[in-house]
Structures are given as C-alpha cells and as structure tokens.
Design a protein around this ligand. Sequence first.
Ligand code: S3P
Length: 748
Amino acid sequence: MSELPTANSAALSGRLLVVGLGLIGGSLALAARQRRLFSEVIGTSRSASTLREALELGVVDRVESDLPTALAAMGPGDIVVVGVPTLTVPKIIAQLKEHLAPEVIFTDVASVKGSIVTAIKAIYGSVPEQFVPGHPIAGSEKSGVGASLPNLYDNHRVILTPLTETGEAHTARVSAMWSGVGATVSEMSVEEHDEVLAATSHLPHLLAYSLVDTLAGMEENGEIFRYAAGGFRDFTRIAASDPIMWHDITLANSSAIVEVLDSVTDHLQSLRKAILSGDSEHLLGVFTRAKEARHRFQIMLDNKAYLQTMGSTEVQYRVEPSGVLQGHARVPGDKSISHRAIMLGSLAEGITEVSGFLEGEDSLATLQAFRDMGVVIEGPDKGRVVVHGVGLQGLKAPAGPLYLGNSGTSMRLLVGILAGQPFDSVLTGDESLSTRPMKRVADPLALMGADIETGEGGTPPLRIGGNRALQAIDYQLPMASAQVKSCVLLAGLYASGETSVSEPAPTRDHTERMLRGFGYKVKTEGGQVTLTSGGTLQGGVIDVPSDISSATFFMVAASIADGSDITLSHVGINPTRIGVINILRLMGGDITLLNERLAGGEPVADIRVRSADLKGIAIPEEQVPLAIDEFPAIFVAAACAKGTTVLTGAEELRVKESDRIQAMADGLAILGISAESTADGMVIEGGQIQSGEVDSLGDHRIAMSFTIAGLRASGTILIRNCSNVATSFPDFVELSNSLGLRVSEENQ
Ligand code: S3P
C-alpha cells in the first residue's frame, strides 16, 4: 500500500487505539497510519476475522483481541477512538470507565451526540475531562473494514461537540488528529449538532429506505426496479447503507428526527392535495424554490460566494491597447426595467412573461427577494422569466432579512412596497450598499405614515414596521432621483388618497410606463406624476430592451478608437435615458439610430457608432439626470477629446456605488490625464492616456470605464476589484473581446 508523506508527525505522537474497525474506524486507522500521525496504530474488534483482515490490509500496525488489555495498556498522550455503532457505544464506555486511565483522551464517531453524552453521564456520573465527543461527516454506503479508505476524510467535515467539562487541550489534540487525516474540523453544541444532522443526514436516509421499501413491497416490483434508472438511483443510493448503524442512529436521535419528519410529512400532504386538485401554482412554487435552494446549497458546498461580494473572489482586468472596434453586439437587458418587471409582475394579478431579463446580480437580488416573499418565479433561463403574480395584497412575510447585495435600486424601490405590507421586514446589503443614503426614501415614507428605521447615519439596514395605514402625500423631490420617485409611487399603491411626486428635472420614467402597461392609471403632467390607490395590476408580456447604460461603454469605445464602426442592437432609447447620446453628439460623436420602434411600451433602436474626433464641451446641466449612470464612461470620452470638458450639477455622482467623481478623477490622474474634481462635477483636459494600475473600488461602472480607456492607452492598464461588473453586465469581458478590445480577467 502506498504511503503518504508525514505532514503532521511532529504535531502528534503517542498511540492510537481504534475500538471497532468498521468503515469509519478502519479509514481513520488507515489514514493515520499512512500519514504516520502516531507512533503506533492499534485496532480492536469483537470479530477475529475483522482483526485478521485489518492486519492483512495494513489498516493497523497491530491488533489486540481483548479490549480490557488494550485499554489498560494506554497511557498519557495516547488517543482512544470509539468507532462502534451508536447503540453499542454505552457498552464500550462501561469498559473505558473500568480500564482506561483518566489521563487518556477518548473520543467517539457516533452520528448522534445527545444519546452518547447521556450514556457517559449515566456511566461516569458526570462527563470526564478526557472525553471529546466527535462526529466525522463522511461515509459511504459500503461498510466493514474491507471498505476502509485512506482518503475518506479528505476535505470532509468533522464536528466536535466538547462540553464544558471537556479538557481544552484534549479537544485540541483530537482536532489535530482529524486535521491530520485531511478533515476540516468545526465545533458546535450537542443540541445543535443533533438537530442539524437530523435534517441533513438522518431524515434523507430514512426517506431513501422508505421509498425503496415501499417500491419493493409493490406487487409489480420487478418491473419497477427494471425501469428505475436515474431518479431512483440518485435518490436511493444511501438506502444501501448499513442497517444496524441507521437503526441505532434513528432511535438515538428520535425526537429531532420526528420533528423534521413531521414537517416533511405535512409538506408531502400539501403536495398530494396540489396534485389532486391540479394546482400548478403550488407545484411550480415548490419546485422552483427547491431548485433555487439546491443551487445555493451547491454553491455553499463548493465553497463559492453566492453573490460575489467585494473582497470574496476578487478579479482584476488587464487591458492591452488595441485598435479598431467592429461588428454587431447585443448588450444585456436593462437593469432598471428588469427590477421593475419582477416587482410589478409579482404585485400583478396573473402571469407576467419577461424576455430579455438582465441576469446580473442586482436584478437577481430583486428576484430572490420576491421569491423569499412567496412569489413563484420561473427562470431566469436565457433572459426568460415567468412571474406568477400574487396581487397587491399577496406578498408573504419573508423568513429573514432580505439581502440585496450591491443594488441600490432594489432597496429604494422595495422599501416603498414593503412600507405598505402587513408584515415587518428588514433590508440589508453589501459593504457598498451599506454606506448609501436611505434617508431620501425614509423621509417621504415617514410623511406617509410608514414605520422605517435606518441604520446610523441614514444608511442600511432598513427595518420596516408592517401594518401601517399609509396616507397619500404630494411630494416635492429634493433631488432628481427616479429611485425616490418610484419608491413614493409604489408606496402610493398602498396609501389612501392621491399620491403625487414632483421632480426638479425629468428622470427615468420606467415605473410610470410599466404601471400603465399593467393597466394602472398614472397621470403625468409637467414634472408631476400622480396615482391613486385601489387599482389592480394585470400581468402581461414584457420585452426588456438592452440597457443603454451598458451600451454606453461601447458607444464611447467605438467613438474613441480610430476606424471603428459597430452596431448595438435593440437598445432602449427612452427619452429619459438618452443623455449619453445627446452629450456624445455634442462632443462630435457619430451616432445613428436605426430601426426605431416600440418594444413593450419602451422605445428601442439599433445604434450605429463610428469613430469620431471628439472635442471637449461644457455639459448642459439638464442632460445630467438623463445620463446619470453614464458619466464614468463620458469622462473617458472627455479624456480622449480635444480641449476641456466641464461637468457641473452632478453631485449625485458622489453617492452612487462609489463616489464616482473621486474614483474617476483619481484613476484618470494615475493614467496621466488632468482631471480635477469639483463638488458637483469635474474638469477634464483631453490628452494621452498612459498605462497604469487603477482601482474601481468595487464599482461596476468604474471598472468598465477604465477598461475602454485601455483602447487609447500607451500601454497596459490594470484595473483592480472588478468582480462587481457581474451586477449589471455579466458577459462584459467576452463581449468586449468579441468587438475588438483586448481584456483579460485574472484572480486578484
Ligand atoms: C435608477 C435610477 C438612478 C440610477 C440607478 C437606477 C432606477 O438612480 O443611477 O442606476 O432604476 O430608478 P437615482 O434615481 O437615485 O438617480
């Protein structure tokens, strides 16, 4: 048998005695022996044939057939591992009490900890310091010493449940033994362990045994098993496990198992009812929620971040200077419209079918929040999402806080909806969202009678008290913000009376448009939007256009890269979003709108962009709200333009996913461009972009803007902290390269 190098030989010495050489004990002995963790590995068993086999297979150095003799020979520094079936453990403990010296550590491997601790107390009178309860979460449906595997514990978890009486040094030593055979060791209380294991291990075994036994008892079982392929095989693999072991575990952890068994039984009963009554909604709800949960568990099991938040698996972009952009592309769906499609689709009556949905982390956070409030949502599958609306009054209380990642839009719009619900809720976000101003939504909602509590300084988390009778207000927005406008309008759906919002300058009107699309009456007059509660939303079809904010990066890229000619298809050109087109044209950009049409109530076009000699301008202030997300990219256009570009009236840029004025001024300065930040804007002198290393500060739009700057740089640009590009533009790197940029993504 091949021997592994000794990783931990210095950390552990002494002898290991394994009592009971089944799969678990045998594998531990074999792994410890191969890695030379102990000076000697000894095995005992009641069965002479097991001892013989253990010796033949090299599982142990030596065997001892008489347990009292083996125990009496152990001394300080040695470890005894009790590896017998759960219900046999007490018998062994009685012998330990009689023959094992109090200085010798002993531990067990039983899948249930409560019953073992009870037995210990009964036999010893109290828990001895030398006992460290343990449970390796590893196994196989195979059993016996012959199934021993030296790598059974590699990357598996071992849970130790030390008691207050357990010696700390003893716990550390048992922990070192398990780490030495490759396991990851964690600690929890006995009670928690037994509840968690009942749900994650014991019940699944019970269900597998039950299904196989039920099918085996059916008359035509031969036929059934002949055709039982994939699903049956996957689900019932563990029904081949050791019956004695599972009998013991089931009885030893009976109360925790019965508790989850009752929940599953109720759940199965409701599925049965749904099947009989043809309740597709119920079935789809169960299946989509479970599929999503399974996906999340898998990501957890694979040790990956669910939403790639800052600092987890960070990536950086390396951009090489390149020449020309050519070709056609379709950028992902509009983020603002995707959020609203989920929100209004959920609050509508009937089904809403969405195509072109942005599968970015921000809009997925909104989708998940509504799932958490009981809405059945199918997909997303290549941009297709089907929302089974629950009506304005149909949301259910979420089980815990709703986590919205990096997404300000999710939080600011959702709080308006939640203010009108009969349940309490909490909204949280990532590091960046947790610093963003929420008083701007909390203030008008408070005027409506809502109960909103922000964190210190008016930032998330937001706590929303339910069951408030909201009153309509006539609100004058202090800043041009579509998020605040939408928040008040959505709360207005639940407020008695007529809710009006007046804006200081036009901002994106997707909420108003979509409400009308769902059959809700919304009046827009001058700068004032008005709606009255009491109506209903009717689900329908939503075709989400490509996001002009994502298209912007390539509009600027093609403008600044000599000889470029690209067409971006099906881009939303809502008049409240086209500031970037207006501004680039004022700078001399060559942009043509082709094939203008309406898609689901929103104007769209194919946008052809050819390179042009850009010149610096004073950006008209009325364009600022219409291009609010596009300034980081426009700053890059300004850096490549002839002369000076001046932006004013854009203080809102300081409270986006980052302080975008400072982030861009700092980065451009590093790249050799004269960029001077002001309180509400920037002054940029066009010039030659140099190579350098810049930080996006985890802001997706800063990361993408510096990427396109690379086109005109004298050398490589390295951009740090780019993983949040996935919030709005999941395939940015691939699409960029397909159009002619040279970007590579690398782990930071
Ligand atoms: C958005 C509105 C804008 C924009 C954000 C999306 C929306 O924010 O910056 O990316 O979907 O309503 P403000 O309304 O706060 O300016």
